[in-house]
Design a protein around this ligand. Sequence first.
Ligand SMILES: Nc1ncnc2c1ncn2[C@@H]1O[C@H](COP(=O)(O)OP(=O)(O)OP(=O)(O)O)[C@@H](O)[C@H]1O
Length: 229
Amino acid sequence: MIEVKEVEKKFGRKKILKDVSFTANKGEITCLIGINGVGKTTLLNAIMALTPINNGEILIDGEPVKEKTFEKISLIPDALTMIPNMTIEEAMEFMNDFYTSWNRERAEELLGFFRLNKNDRISSLSKGNTAKVNLLLGLALDVDYVLMDEPFSGIDMFSREEIANVFTSHLIENRGVIITTHEVNDIEHLIDKVVLLDDGMVTKEFDAEKAREDDGMSVIDVMREVYQG
Ligand SMILES: Nc1ncnc2c1ncn2[C@@H]1O[C@H](COP(=O)(O)OP(=O)(O)OP(=O)(O)O)[C@@H](O)[C@H]1O
């Protein structure tokens, strides 16, 4: 389980995260929702210990992040960080050399799943295919937790659909996934848990399935209630 406890984060004098607490379980998709600039990326970076926090605590399976933690958690940023001149295959080789947790078989499977050509250069890829390569590189790591920053942002409907299909496939099964987004339309049916962020705090944390079954409310209905009163 990922436990975020009373986390506070300042940039200079500006308090971005004031008091953020939530949990994300293995085998579930947790969605962090909030408007642009609310601090979603900062929160993912904090979980990965890529940015220091000013207060609070973050635990992965009951322990603070240490070197070994990176063998069980990966962050897929909102942009691909590979050298543009590389082919997809070279990027995969690079990952293989760099990470002991790289799973060649899963990488090949993802390549087929996304119908990507491994001889294509990264610089020549469409936005949708770039997003897919980015996901491939993160999902092919054998880790328990995957953090994804806006995986659906700025890409066409068909690519979004293909990416959404990954979430219901065995390629995700049993892992704990945290996704950030400011639009839930495409992925509403995939989400197990929702964490709504506003003004540096968690305004609501709820089980999406339970809201559907018990109250007949979609994630968007709950958001409307919280944000518009
Ligand atoms: N390194 C930094 N130094 C100073 N301010 C920063 C830094 N990184 C982020 N911020 C500020 O922190 C706030 C939260 O940024 P963050 O990128 O975490 O938001 P977000 O919710 O992910 O937004 P978006 O949906 O636009 O990606 C923004 O006001 C941003 O300008």
